[in-house]
Write a protein that binds this ligand. Structure first.
Ligand code: UDP
Ligand code: MG
Length: 319
């Protein structure tokens, strides 16, 4: 098998017909031995019906449909796809036609022509974003890259093609919180940046709200840096020094100048300040502790209720 395409789908019934059309037209013409690995990420619309019909009736030669028992998120979908992909090279593409199948083919060709690269990542160099998103996005990448030893490429996405060894490396990371941008950066490998501009969605709406993006960013930061844990050490050290200096001033004023400070407001301010800081650092500790707890439970990252595989018209099912 030359190439596996992983396609995570969440309620994509409106985009899928056009996507299936485009992907089969593009890849059938190449003579490549390829497979399509669809992840039904707990879809509640007609997506699953479309996918199973496609696999059974007129599908490409090799199709797999992994159906999740509920919505586990795109990152879990990518993981399931990697576990079920059989190709020598593996690509990840969205089902909404924002990422064109032809672009992925071009990226695959680059990978074939350049044995020195192990991965080709589509990079969006001229990202069109509103000013607020742009500000948050550059603040996020700036902070991430300065607090983490893993360096993210802001323009790169999970629209990629890579060799099997890259997939094996990704699968060797057992973490529950899967921040794929960080994982791709962390595993290393020589990556070819391929410039591209995404199209408009074929149909439906993006599943990302601002809050989800915020949480996604937080997840990434906490998964790839332990620096926030050390904030309390620094705050503690700096405030101790300030407190000592302040004490010296108070003693000097009292002994040499016979002034006594009005203590009440100072005490209230300090209690509020330090109460806040202690709670803040406890909260940061809690964020990490919660993740250790979840990871410690060792739950699976997704649960598949059904996997169907169709190879040349022959179907195998795992219930
Ligand atoms: N997706 C998924 N699970 C989710 C949300 C999204 O598998 O919980 C899929 C979705 O069907 C699409 C891809 O991930 O194929 C990208 O999603 P979306 O278009 O909403 O994100 P955007 O393109 O805006 O980043
Ligand atoms: Mg999209």
């Amino acid at each position: 098998m030359d190439l596996s395409l992983i396609i995570p789908c969440y309620n994509e019934q409106d985009s899928l017909p056009a996507f299936l059309e485009a992907v089969t037209a593009t890849y059938d013409a190449t003579g490549l031995e390829y497979e399509l690995v669809f992840i039904d990420d707990g879809c509640t619309d007609g997506t699953n019906g479309i996918l199973t019909r496609f696999a059974r009736e007129r599908g490409a030669r090799h199709v797999r449909v992994v159906t999740f028992s509920r919505n586990f998120g795109k990152e879990s979908g990518i993981l399931a796809g990697l576990e079920h992909a059989r190709g020598d090279c593996i690509g990840i593409i969205d089902a909404d036609l924002q990422q064109r199948p032809e672009t992925l083919l071009e990226m695959y060709r680059i990978l074939c022509e350049h044995p020195e690269y192990d991965s080709v990542a589509a990079c969006q160099f001229d990202r069109k974003q509103g000013p607020v998103r742009k500000l948050f996005s550059s603040a996020f990448y700036g902070t991430f890259n300065s607090v983490s030893s893993t360096q993210l490429i802001p323009e790169a996405s999970d629209f990629r093609v890579f060799r099997r060894k890259v997939a094996v490396a990704i699968l060797s990371l057992p973490e529950y919180y899967r921040f794929s941008k960080g994982i791709f950066a962390w595993i290393g490998f020589k990556t070819y940046p391929f410039p591209y501009t995404p199209d408009k969605r074929a149909a439906g709406t993006s599943k990302w709200s601002f809050r989800q993006l915020w949480n996604y960013g937080k997840e990434g930061m906490l998964s790839f840096s332990t620096l926030p844990l050390r904030i309390s050490t620094w705050i503690g050290a700096i405030s101790s020094v300030i407190a000592l200096v302040y004490l010296v001033i108070v003693i000097y004023e009292w002994a040499a100048l016979h002034n006594s400070f009005a203590g009440y407001p100072t005490i209230v301010c300090l209690i509020l300040l330090f109460g806040g800081l202690i709670l803040l650092t406890l909260g940061i500790l809690g964020e990490y502790l919660g993740r250790v707890y979840v990871q410690g439970k060792n739950r699976p990252i997704y649960i598949a209720s059904e996997v169907i595989t169709v190879d040349d018209g022959k179907e195998t099912d795992e219930g």
